[in-house]
Write a protein that binds this ligand. Structure first.
Ligand SMILES: Cc1cc2nc3c(=O)[nH]c(=O)nc-3n(C[C@H](O)[C@H](O)[C@H](O)COP(=O)(O)OP(=O)(O)OC[C@H]3O[C@@H](n4cnc5c(N)ncnc54)[C@H](O)[C@@H]3O)c2cc1C
Length: 377
């Protein structure tokens, strides 16, 4: 009987792992891939949705279209995970795995920040981006605050990308001169792993009169007075609060006992957890890389290589490199790129390629190649 691999979560990590294993083993393997949603949406597509450039259905890659040897996709809600028995219960079935991989990403805890639910907006969920599409056209003056409530959060450049894209959107509408756009961040620079990328972002901020407020957190917002209360006790008035909410593991992961201090600890070389034959990849882990799709993808790749060596009983797998290329929107149709390598060498390497129209084209190709590899036959 072939090995039964159950992969929980069909995001960047789960899709990459599934595609790699299927490409190697074909019908020799039995993969069950489970996700509660019917489609994958790239994180960066939320910008397209919030600015009304594309609809949810335009940016959705439907799981029903996955055509891969050895792979069964199930659209089900995972309600319990037993990492000792490697048993997973969903709203429809129970699965027992020979090898279990948890790739359930990070969830948001809006309620952790008083006032957020009542008075804030966000573009980190698809629903939040859809709501903003109707809110943004009504913003005509005042302060737009893009604020990271606290670390950790997905996609380090995203808050600054949002500000640079907002600048363009508000300029095109002719209201930019009435509006201040500020990014509040827990960090000293926009992307701590790359000083050159941070310098380029802050140069663009100066050029476009965008404000950068470093080393801050948000303790609450007051919708009655439209005030943001910051961690150091100071306040900011807002017309529109765009918060990056507190991140946490999905509740089902919390209840499983897999997480320690908030996230699932893994062996950084092969992403195994402390439970035999249970692996975890991507945003749901405390692996020493930022939470971003490219690192979830490279973790999926690393676990695939590790499992191929294990199941074939031949060769040696390279340790996880924590590497990937991160695209950054600069708001003028141009896109920059940081090529980050967190784990191969003694220190982080993160050269930056200046924003260009060619960078925008590369980003499109990046997305298209993933859609082909993850969903194609
Ligand atoms: C605005 C924005 C812009 C971004 N831009 C970029 C970018 O340019 N580059 C980049 O690399 N990253 C970017 N990201 C980050 C990126 O989207 C995430 O880091 C990435 O998706 C994480 O991949 P993952 O596989 O770990 O988890 P996810 O992609 O989040 O996948 C987890 C999956 O688990 C499923 N799931 C969760 N709980 C359950 C359950 N109980 N039952 C069933 N299914 C469940 C979810 O439906 C989801 O499909 C961006 C994020 C945002 C918000």
């Amino acid at each position: 009987m072939s090995t039964h691999i159950v992969i929980l979560g069909a995001g960047f990590g789960g899709l990459e792992l599934t595609a790699r294993l299927s490409a190697t083993f074909g019908h020799e393997i039995d993969i069950t891939l489970i996700d509660k949603n019917d489609a994958f949406i790239f994180g960066f597509s939320k910008f397209e949705i919030m600015f009304g450039r594309q609809r949810r259905e335009d940016v959705s890659s439907y799981y029903a279209k996955i055509a891969k040897a050895g792979v069964a996709f199930r659209q089900e809600l995972i309600t319990s995970i037993d990492p000792v028995a490697r048993r997973v219960v969903t709203d429809r079935n129970t699965y027992t795995a020979d090898i279990l991989v948890v790739a359930l990403g990070a969830d948001y805890d809006y309620g952790a920040t008083p006032g957020f639910v009542e008075g804030g907006h966000e573009f980190y969920s698809v629903d939040g981006a859809v709501r903003l599409r109707d809110v943004l056209p009504n913003v005509t003056s005042g302060n737009v605050i893009v604020a990271v409530v606290r670390e950790p959060f997905k996609c380090p450049p995203a808050p600054c990308e949002a500000a640079m894209l907002l600048d363009k959107y508000l300029s095109d509408r002719g209201v930019r001169s009435n509006i201040n756009v500020t990014v509040v961040s827990p960090w000293a620079i926009p992307i701590p792993a790359s000083v050159p990328a941070s310098d380029a972002i802050l140069d663009r901020f100066r050029e476009r009169n965008l404000s950068w407020m470093p080393n801050q957190s948000v303790s609450s917002i007051d919708p009655a007075t439209k005030t943001v209360h910051l961690g150091d006790g100071s306040t900011l008035p807002y017309a529109l609060f765009l918060g990056i909410p507190v991140h946490r593991v999905p509740a089902v992961v919390e209840a499983s006992g897999l997480a320690v201090d908030g996230w699932i600890p893994v062996d950084k070389a092969n992403l195994s957890t402390r439970f035999p034959d249970v692996y975890a990849i991507g945003d749901v882990t405390s692996a020493p890389v930022p939470k971003a799709g490219i690192f979830s993808e490279s973790a999926g790749r690393a676990v695939a290589e590790h499992l191929i060596v294990r199941l074939r009983e031949a060769g040696t797998a390279k340790p996880y490199d924590g590497a990937g290329s991160c695209f950054i929107e600069f708001g003028n149709h141009k896109v920059g790129r940081v090529d980050v390598d967190f784990l191969t060498g003694p220190s982080v390497v993160a050269p930056f390629t200046e924003a260009s129209l060619q960078g925008a084209e590369e980003k499109k190709q990046f997305a298209a190649s993933r859609r082909r590899f993850w969903f194609g036959g």
